[in-house]
Design a protein around this ligand. Structure first.
Ligand code: PFF
Length: 463
């Protein structure tokens, strides 16, 4: 096939791509979700199961997305279109790319509001507002924050401004530059916070909670939790990896770089568990799940720990950094698409940044003034969360697997991946037969069609 070139430029090196892609995958899911789902579902046994899911669902799909992007050399709609034409397939496959762009923008609209909570908590920790407070008092602070639309709006605007500014500067001057500085900073922060918690908190109990294998806790439901999380944590099904793959130089091995990204993502999740639980257990606080863990229990724990204000502020800074590099990845596919359609990058970033900002207003209002307004029984935030996490992402992921696994010629795949024969056959068999079944299970579970299963793919309000 003709080798296309990305009009957006390329990552300047493999290391730059690795940092940018790691920034894109490490997000809220790593920082608060992994620790509590692992703790509650078998500790070390869950970790093993989760690694297996990463290997069987995460890796093959991640490689499929990167391959699709690099082969098509463009945003998800363009990449799908180019490949469909080359492979003599139906051009309507481009619709999957459009669907992915829409999903990523919808997600960004509430991801930004949640990141705004992080900014507020960073500020409040730094000025010592949580010092010595009880858990119920901090619960009150959290409710009060959500009752103030203007305050949420201020943080949301700041966060969207930070995200739009980076994307408007392009691949090398924007995305790459931020990732080169802030992804290492994020990992250093997590390591320092882990060390601090190990010294100041109850590390023995935390390690026991997170890592002692309890194989009796594993069952079908836990498998679905692990699968759903593997899918979410690697940011799959949103086109972000396709967009990032489009800027990937020819000579970078997709397999090798994928392994490193998965390892970095897992490391971030484990470090985060070590940063959180020793403090929670030392304060005899409940090992809660969902937003309560980070926005109620943890500030209480920091509020009673030595130098807790400073370290608490650093924790929320890590949360915001993780969310920021993910938000950049959520905005990029849409902006790249507009650029391919002839718009200047800065303008495209402004247009989509504003659309997302506006959609974010709805999320903000759904926490307060419109809290009584229900659509299909959900608040706007709940509806978006459900629609994107439970429906769009698994469906898009499944379509990507079907396209790459069954519609693209083996010759093209082999040319792109440059695997040895045996490795290629294993990859393709897993992608064709194992991954789709796993994805279908995630989808059925998320839709509530598997009875009694936990909703593992819910992005934000899970738990
Ligand atoms: N992978 C992120 C997390 O674990 O929090 C969530 C996410 C971020 C998904 C960015 C998709 C994305 F483009």
């Amino acid at each position: 096939m003709r080798r296309l070139k990305s009009i957006h430029g390329e990552w300047s090196s493999r290391g730059a791509f690795f940092l940018a892609a790691t920034g894109a995958v490490v997000g809220l899911g790593n920082i608060w979700k992994y620790p509590y789902i692992a703790g509650q579902n078998g500790g070390g046994a869950f970790l093993l199961l989760y690694l297996l899911c990463l290997l069987l669902v995460g890796m093959p799909l991640r490689m499929a997305e990167l391959l699709l992007g690099r082969r098509g050399r463009g945003s998800p709609p363009t990449a799908f279109h180019e490949l469909a034409v080359d492979e003599g397939r139906w051009r309507a496959w481009a619709a999957v790319g459009v669907f992915a762009v829409v999903a990523s923008l919808l997600i960004l609209s509430f991801y930004s509001v949640i990141a705004g909570w992080g900014l507020d908590y960073m500020w409040m920790s730094a000025v010592g507002s949580y010092r010595g407070q009880s858990e119920s008092a901090i619960q009150g602070v959290f409710s009060a924050l959500n009752d103030e639309p203007w305050r949420l709006l201020m943080w949301h605007t700041l966060f969207m401004g930070m995200t739009t500014a980076v994307v408007s500067r392009g691949v090398q001057r924007g995305l790459e530059r931020v990732a080169r500085v802030f992804v290492p900073v994020l990992f250093i922060l997590l390591a320092v916070l882990g060390l601090y918690a190990a010294v100041e908190g109850n590390i023995v109990k935390a390690v026991h909670y997170l890592f002692t294998p309890d194989f009796a806790a594993l069952n079908g439901k836990v498998v679905l939790i692990a699968l759903g999380h593997a899918f979410f944590t690697l940011s799959l099904g949103m086109g972000t990896m396709m967009a990032y793959g489009a800027y990937l130089p020819e000579d970078v091995s997709i397999l090798r770089v994928s392994v490193w990204i998965v390892l970095a993502d897992t490391l971030a999740a484990l470090l985060s568990g070590i940063a959180i639980y020793p403090l929670v257990f030392a304060g005899n606080l409940p090992a809660m799940q969902g937003p309560g863990l980070i926005f109620t229990v943890l500030p209480t724990a920091y509020g009673h720990a030595k130098y807790g204000d400073a370290f608490g502020a650093l924790f929320y800074m890590a949360l915001v950094l993780a969310a920021w590099t993910s938000a950049i990845a959520l905005l990029e596919p849409g902006v790249a698409w507009l650029v391919e359609r002839g718009m200047a990058r800065a303008k495209a970033a402004m247009v989509l940044g504003s659309v997302v900002w506006f959609l974010g207003l709805m999320t903000i209002l759904s926490f307060n003034i419109w809290s009584g307004v229900l659509i299909l029984g959900h608040s706007w935030f709940g509806l978006l969360d459900m629609l994107t996490g439970n429906l769009m992402l698994p469906v898009i992921g499944l379509l990507i697997v079907v396209f790459v696994g069954w519609m693209v010629a083996e010759r093209s795949l082999r040319q792109e991946l440059q695997f040895r024969r045996g490795v290629f056959r294993i990859w393709l068999s897993v992608l064709r037969y194992v991954t789709p079944v796993a994805m279908l299970l995630v989808l059925l579970n998320a839709l509530g069609l598997i009875r009694g299963a936990y909703d593992g793919s819910k992005p934000i309000s899970a738990g």
